[in-house]
Ligand binder design. Structure first.
Ligand SMILES: [Zn+2]
Length: 220
């Protein structure tokens, strides 16, 4: 896909996410890694619902602004995930309600924020790590993402929102949506003793679809 098409795709997916209430106001941001090592990033203070393809921030491989508006201040979240996951080509970060709500619950396992509730959560997201709360702009949040060493494509920032990487923009968007829907299911069923997928059912998905889960092989 050429750069003009990628710019349009960022705007199209951004509008879709915004219009479904998945990230309010000017929250949320999207980035794409380009063939030349540079990035396309949504601008600071821009609503994902009203992006202009021509004003998207174009960064060079060193992260300096080459053209467009100033990039989102949340770039460190994106770069920390790209650095540790070489396969990542696109990252979506939202302030999506159900995911943020789950991030505040006391029982959450930071290595597996959500249980395997549906096959599509396991297939598209795998597992989600929880990163503790940090004040906006605190560089320690990027250190916390880097400390996960790229084992997770999906990270939930406590009291803030998800950061999800994909091999394409579409994959990153779909995985973010799957995470949000799973968070919603978790909240709907919390306290009702629901049946989640069994370890055998998860193993079956892993072997049939060739998945790599963060904790596989660690006995947890
Ligand atoms: Zn944010």
């Amino acid at each position: 896909m050429n750069e003009a098409k990628l710019r349009e795709a960022i705007c199209r997916f951004g509008r879709s996410l915004f219009e479904r209430g998945l990230t309010p106001g000017s929250s949320g941001n999207i980035s794409l890694r380009l063939e030349d090592g540079g990035w396309l990033v949504t601008p600071t203070n821009a609503s994902l619902g009203f992006l202009d393809p021509a004003r998207i921030s174009r960064l060079d491989a060193q992260g300096s602004l080459a053209s467009g508006d100033a990039p989102t201040k949340e770039i460190p979240l994106h770069s920390a995930l790209y650095v540790t996951r070489p396969s990542a080509r696109a990252i979506v970060h939202l302030h999506s309600t159900h995911s943020v709500a789950v991030s505040m619950l006391p029982e959450i396992d930071p290595r597996a924020t959500l249980p395997p509730m549906t096959a599509y959560y396991v297939m598209r997201v795998g597992q989600t790590a929880l990163v503790p709360y940090y004040r906006p702009g605190d560089p320690a949040v990027a250190d916390a993402i880097r400390s996960l060493a790229g084992r997770y494509s999906s990270v939930l920032l406590a009291n803030h929102g998800p950061v999800v990487a994909g091999e394409t923009l579409e994959a990153a968007v779909f995985a973010t949506e799957e995470l949000e829907e799973t968070a919603k299911l978790y909240l709907l069923l919390r306290g009702l003793n629901p049946r989640y997928l069994t370890p055998q059912q998860v193993d079956d998905l892993v072997s049939v679809f060739g998945l790599t889960l963060p904790n596989s092989g660690h006995g947890d």
